[in-house]
Design a protein around this ligand. Structure first.
Ligand SMILES: Nc1ncnc2c1ncn2[C@@H]1O[C@H](COP(=O)(O)OP(=O)(O)OP(=O)(O)O)[C@@H](O)[C@H]1O
Ligand SMILES: [Mg+2]
Length: 321
């Protein structure tokens, strides 16, 4: 059994996953409420909260699985990318747990983790496939040929899709994090009410910063009462623009690369309009879209383990080299 830890952003998470990809426990303590009053994640606040939460979250995961540390064969942990202080809390906790029982440690790339949310049972997805990874920090098109890694074929030139959702939500007064709030409000709105275009950039890349500017102007053009009345229309139109861009690029890349299968992972993969628009794709299970440790333990099954005690000097990384 693999004990996975994830602390790259504002979720403190621990999970227990078997070598076959069965999830025995998946505990996520979100700090979203703690950061909401600041309108975004405050790195130092996140690190301190991870410190308080990491031990209880691991204990809860073990209890949920009806297991003890003696049942754990390897410890997996997110090494990066993410907030460096937050990552270091998880990495130190993982090293301590592994060292105390002379277990191997498996450092996991967080983005490989998101992809590996597709490799858990039931319904594990078999590569090769083209994967749209859309999160708060990344928007990537990945060529996934096997379970051990991926090749980047497209990325965002500015904002990530989740970041665009969060910034849009802020402009519409919906609070942080805003993706799910826009998703909910959009259901009551007309997606064709406002024309909010998304820039078309060359190749398989994305760009969302212009869309955010278009929303700023659309909001400014409305009086306060009018804005209140049109809020759902704005949310629906904004969401439609993001989803169109994601779906358009993904389908074009799939065709150009001859991909037989398309998959979608990451927090934005929980968006209902995106899921409907790509209903023929392999969609990560809702519970595994936003950050969790089950996906980290899943990725560890296909990554290189470091034997005891060679990992003690291992460092985290904030961004991919
Ligand atoms: N229903 C939804 N519709 C659109 N966006 C959503 C929805 N639910 C969550 N999101 C967005 O998903 C993002 C969080 O996803 P996730 O936890 O995968 O990202 P992250 O871990 O912060 O980023 P990264 O993995 O790149 O470090 C937020 O930007 C949030 O607004
Ligand atoms: Mg993430």
């Amino acid at each position: 059994m693999i004990l996975g830890l994830e602390t790259s952003c504002d979720e403190t998470a621990a999970a227990l996953v078997t070598a076959d990809g069965e999830v025995r426990a998946n505990v996520v303590a979100s700090q979203a409420e703690l950061h909401a009053r600041y309108g975004g994640v405050v790195p130092e606040v996140a690190s301190r909260r991870h410190l308080e939460l990491v031990a209880p979250v691991v204990e809860r995961a073990l209890a949920d699985a009806g297991a003890g540390l003696a049942d754990v064969d390897a410890v997996a942990v997110t090494r990066g990318p993410g907030l460096i202080g937050a990552l270091l809390v998880g990495l130190s906790a993982a090293k301590t747990l592994a060292w105390s029982r002379r277990l191997p440690l498996v450092p996991v790339d967080h983005l490989h983790g998101h992809v590996a949310s597709l490799f858990l049972e039931p319904g594990s997805v078999e590569p090769p496939f083209l994967c749209l990874l859309a999160t708060g920090g990344h928007t990537l098109l990945l060529d996934v040929q096997d379970r051990a890694g991926y090749r980047v074929v497209g990325t965002t030139l500015d904002d990530a899709a989740g970041e665009a959702f969060d910034k849009g939500a802020r402009l519409l007064g919906l609070g942080y994090p805003g993706g799910a709030a826009i998703d909910r409000l959009a259901r009551a709105g007309d997606p064709e009410a406002f024309s909010l275009p998304v820039a078309r950039v060359p190749g398989f890349d994305f760009s969302f910063s212009g869309l955010k500017t278009a929303l700023v102007y659309a909001v400014r053009a409305l009086e306060a009462g009018e804005l209140e009345r049109r809020r759902a229309d704005l949310a629906a139109s904004y969401q439609r623009a993001i989803v169109r861009a994601l779906v358009g690029r993904t389908r074009a890349a799939a065709e150009a690369l001859g991909a037989q299968k398309v998959a979608v992972v990451g927090g934005v993969a929980s968006n209902s309009e995106l899921r409907e628009s790509l209903a023929d794709a392999e969609l990560a299970p809702l519970a595994l879209c936003t950050d969790n440790a089950a996906m980290i333990a899943s990725a560890a099954r296909f990554a290189t383990a470091i034997p005891f005690p060679d990992y003690l000097a291992l460092d985290a990384y904030a961004s991919a080299a």
